[in-house]
Design a protein. Structure first.
Length: 212
């Protein structure tokens, strides 16, 4: 298991290159396979077992399934169906509260994979990254097929900045100037529609409490 500090460093090096220069794009980007590539219901104990040997550092796309309760299944942000590993993030906007169901990622492999290889996201859903430490976080869009909003939050769950409509399949590092601990990825345009911007406060309900 890679240490989380190393995983974060891999994300940064992958986006900008370990010599500080932009990493070159792969020479070719194979057409992504169908979203149901992984064998539905396959036995697993970790998400990496559902990717059939594919890894986020590879060019092109792999299966999108996640390991949920020992079975490889389509993730909630694709299906719109919550499960026992689904959390909830509620933003306290000026026009009232707006809630998103979230896939929660704190595993090294899943922090690297993120929203790669998915062709859609259900309304009201997102992916929340629990990063190992507070810092200026940097994400890229390698192998990512749809535009995304990236919402950066500090340790008190206050939004410190938003990157809107990040272009798919690019290697540009995406970040905001302020340090953050958590990053929420939403479908492109969803943050503005929900009134999510710097200064907005959020509340996080982890999977065990998401249905309360």
């Amino acid at each position: 298991m890679i240490r989380r500090d190393l995983a974060a460093a891999l994300l940064l090096c992958g986006a900008l290159g370990c010599n500080g220069k932009p990493a070159p794009a792969p020479a070719t980007m194979p057409a992504p396979p169908a979203e149901a590539d992984a064998e539905a219901g396959a036995t697993c104990s970790r998400d990496i077992e559902c990717t059939d040997g594919w890894h986020p550092q590879m060019p092109g796309c792999g299966p999108t399934d996640r390991c949920v309760e020992g079975s490889c299944d389509a993730p909630p942000a694709l299906t719109g169906e919550a499960n026992g590993e689904t959390g909830r993030l509620v933003f306290e906007g000026a026009a009232g509260e707006v809630a998103f169901g979230v896939e929660v990622q704190d595993d090294d492999f899943e922090i690297q994979r993120g929203m790669m290889c998915r062709r859609s996201m259900q309304p009201g859903w997102g992916m929340l990254f629990l990063m190992p430490r507070t810092r200026v976080q940097r994400f890229w869009m390698k192998n990512t097929l749809i535009p995304l909003d990236m919402v950066f939050l500090d340790e008190d769950w206050k939004v410190v900045g938003v990157v809107a409509e990040a272009a798919p399949q690019t290697l540009t590092g995406r970040s905001v100037d302020a340090p953050s601990r958590y990053v929420l990825e939403l479908a492109g345009g969803a943050a503005a529609k929900a009134g999510v911007q710097a200064g907005v406060q959020a509340r996080f309900y982890p999977p065990a409490a998401a249905d309360r």
